[in-house]
Design a protein. Structure first.
Length: 464
């Protein structure tokens, strides 16, 4: 174990209490920022050289030293394990000084861990957001494939979990596709606000060295620099926005999971979950449990929790940096991991899913799901909607009493409720016509849905 020196040496005579040191330590989790912090340090070294603080030789020594640390971390699986460093920033600095000596001690000129951590965190998160967005896109692809595979399948649409009106399976898939498209937009926005450089804000007041912050930003691929040093070192809006975007992703995945859990139940039997994403019961041999989906639904709560935790951490903070901010890491790290795995598992679920079309069609044609269409039929015959609604209500009641569907009633039956009904009513009540009539933008007619499917495919393929 390498005993690392604290970064604050001089002012202290005593040693930190061991329990406190452990409490204060963030290296065990913020070592993930290693690569990002090294990259930011390389750019800072160049900034210091340009500012005339470091000689060319010193800057090169630092950069090569940092590159060596990176290499070692890749080859030595124990690299991070034998250190008592407080955090990733002190870890890197002490390793650098061990490696290159005095030049390494100059790297921290004009910066503080406060602007350093904000920079590394933004760099790291920027990459993660890009990756998550791609995983969302892969799930969208899986949804489109599931829609295409059973393009003509129909299932009941529900309101209040009561059968309402029939919809195409592809329409259901595209509903989730839409949600995920909005999720990607939100991720994009979070990315844009994350992609701003705080380095150069130093501890809180800005730096007195002539560092060209904009040049450093360009070097690191940031779109701009933060405008106020007090804000820059304590701003974690980008974390909240990111976790907020992820919370909505989890809302969507959780709703999707809930739909599928219901559909997989013996009561619905719309889908049979593949063995690849289900488990059995240790006790009941007949069981096939939708664990994958239940875990997705369950893990949503965990991400919402991180969002609440972040907001609570931030709300009482006086300007500028406070150590409370170290609590941002695990919330964001765990969100990243949770969202990624849930998205991946969702895509696996879809790749293995098959709708029982016979069952769903039967469910879509039983239970008076065409009652609204009968009312619409009467409206086309000139009956005011409210009157039509009332007549159809009575027709449904009559059908229920005879234990038949509406379309199984005779023409005479219909006419005893409303003289406007003609023999074309049976065509109007057919599943095909019921679907085809929902033909405005956003509706579930095959024409509209196939159009939407094409548009969705184009949206996805544009990025290939
Ligand atoms: N580990 C710290 C964090 O995550 C780094 C910044 C520490 N700054 C300080 N002034 N103690 O926030």
């Amino acid at each position: 174990m390498t005993e690392e020196k604290n970064l604050w040496g001089g002012r202290f005579t005593g040693k930190p209490d061991a329990v406190f040191a452990e409490f204060n330590n963030s290296f065990k989790f913020d070592k993930r920022l290693f690569y990002a912090d090294v990259s930011a340090s390389v750019a800072h070294a160049e900034g210091l050289f340009q500012a005339g603080v470091l000689t060319r030789l010193e800057a090169e020594k630092i950069k090569t030293g940092l590159a060596t640390l990176l290499k070692r971390s890749e080859f030595d699986s124990n690299y991070f394990n034998d250190s008592t460093a407080e955090d990733v920033h002190s870890f890197i600095e002490s390793k650098l000084v061990q490696l290159i000596g005095d030049a390494g001690k100059k790297l921290h000129t004009g910066r503080s861990r406060n602007d350093q951590v904000a920079t590394a965190f933004r760099l790291w998160l920027r990459e993660e957001i890009t990756e998550i967005s791609q995983i969302v896109r892969r799930l969208q692809k899986a949804l489109l494939t599931a829609a295409e595979k059973q393009k003509d399948a129909v299932l009941p649409g529900y309101t209040h979990l009561q059968r309402a009106q029939p919809v195409l399976w592809a329409h259901w898939c595209l509903a989730y596709f839409e949600m995920l498209s909005r999720d990607r937009e939100r991720l994009d926005e979070a990315w844009r606000r994350t992609n701003v450089l705080p380095l150069g804000s130093a501890a809180l007041a800005g730096t007195s060295y002539e560092i060209d912050r904009e040049a450093v930003a360009r070097e690191l691929g940031f779109e701009g620099v933060t405008a106020n040093s007090l804000d820059a070192v304590s701003d974690r809006d980008f974390c909240v926005e990111f976790v907020g975007a992820c919370s909505l992703i989890m809302v969507h995945l959780s709703r999707m999971a809930e739909d599928l859990i219901l559909y997989a139940s013996s009561e619905f039997q719309f889908i049979e979950l593949s063995d690849a994403v289900s488990t059995g019961s240790s006790l009941m041999p007949q069981k096939k449990n939708p664990d994958a989906l239940e875990l997705i639904r369950g893990k949503a709560g965990r991400v919402f929790g991180h969002q609440a935790a972040l907001l609570a951490t931030l709300k009482g903070l006086p300007l500028a940096y406070n150590k409370d901010l170290q609590e941002d890491k695990e919330a964001v790290f765990d969100t990243v991991e949770t969202v990624k795995i849930c998205l991946q598992v969702s895509a696996i679920v879809f790749a293995n899913l098959r709708l029982n079309e016979t069952k769903t069609r039967e469910a879509a044609t039983k239970g008076y799901l065409n009652a609204t269409d009968l009312a619409d039929y009467l409206v086309h015959k000139g009956v005011p909607f409210r009157t039509a609604h009332d007549a159809v209500g009575r027709i449904v009641l009559h059908a229920i009493s005879k234990n038949v569907e509406i379309q199984e009633l005779s023409l005479a039956d219909f006419q005893s409720f409303s003289s406007e009904v003609g023999k074309d009513v049976f065509e109007a009540l057919s599943l095909e016509q019921v679907l085809a009539s929902k033909n405005q933008i956003g509706g579930t007619s095959p024409e509209r849905v196939f159009e939407a499917l094409e548009a969705a495919k184009n949206e996805i393929e544009r990025e290939d």
